[in-house]
Design a protein around this ligand. Structure first.
Ligand SMILES: [Zn+2]
Length: 260
């Protein structure tokens, strides 16, 4: 038997170790033990994937059973989640998944825009070798997003599109900004789930790819423009959703009337 005629491609060695900058993505709130951190991470993930919806009551006893930890530990986890503003604690009533208001959504968008404009500018002015490495990682991430869409895996699609933004912030290297952005992305997932039913709110993969092109080319102004445009799409969709789906909320908070 002869070997097949195809030329052997020498594959580049794939590094098994993740970039150290991505270590900042791990959710490890100080003050929680390893077991508690694991339950915390799972709850935040369920919120990010919109499996756990705004307004849902978080019963301590149920959570204790699900995670196999004491109610005391659950109380500690819920307290930390409330500090991240994804859970609301009501005296004598219990804990609920937060339901961000229209005003809170506006504040979140403004803060997110400021952070992410800084992030993409910071990435675009890195040295060319570092930029290439980061962009190749993020392109692989985008390919995963595309796969999730092709498979119709909504939960993975939602999680991956949020992670794309968090990874950019992690690569930019400021952990304080990254932590703030993590909270904002979680709150926005809740806002989208609370106030909209539409499916046109999520990140456009095409816009992610264009953004990566601008960063790779070392063009901070262009990256800034594309990012601002990308987030403006999301904000417009959310505000439209609020007007279409929750008039009473918009009216109660003095939002401008919906067009038409
Ligand atoms: Zn996006």
């Amino acid at each position: 038997m002869t070997v097949d005629g195809k030329p052997r491609r020498r594959r580049k060695a794939v590094t098994a170790v993740e970039d150290p900058a991505l270590a900042g993505l791990a959710l490890r709130p100080p003050g929680l033990t390893a077991v508690e951190q694991e339950a915390f991470r799972k709850l935040v993930e369920a919120i990010a994937e919109r499996r756990l919806l705004p307004g849902v009551r978080l019963v301590e006893e149920d959570l204790a059973g699900i995670f196999g930890v004491s109610r005391e530990r659950i109380r500690r986890i819920l307290l930390v989640l409330s500090q991240h503003e994804v859970v609301r604690l009501e005296p004598n009533r219990g804990a609920y998944v937060a339901r961000p208001t229209y005003a809170e959504c506006r504040d979140s968008f403004e803060a997110r825009l400021l952070i992410e404009r800084h992030v993409v500018r910071a990435l675009a002015i890195l040295g060319p070798a570092r930029r290439r490495m980061i962009i190749s990682h993020l392109r692989r991430h985008s390919a995963e997003e595309e796969r999730a869409i092709a498979l119709g895996d909504r939960a993975a699609e939602i999680r991956l599109s949020g992670e794309f933004h968090l990874k950019m912030a992690a690569f930019a290297g400021n952990r304080r900004l990254l932590r703030t952005l993590q909270d904002i992305v979680s709150q926005m997932a809740l806002a989208l789930a609370a106030h909209t039913r539409a499916h046109d709110l999520d990140c456009s993969i095409g816009e992610h790819v264009a953004l990566l092109d601008a960063i790779e080319a070392g063009e901070p102004d262009q990256a800034d423009r594309l990012l601002s445009h990308h987030l403006a799409h999301m904000e417009a969709a959310l505000l439209r959703g609020i007007h279409d789906g929750d008039d009473s909320l918009a009216a109660a908070l003095g939002a401008p009337p919906a067009a038409g």
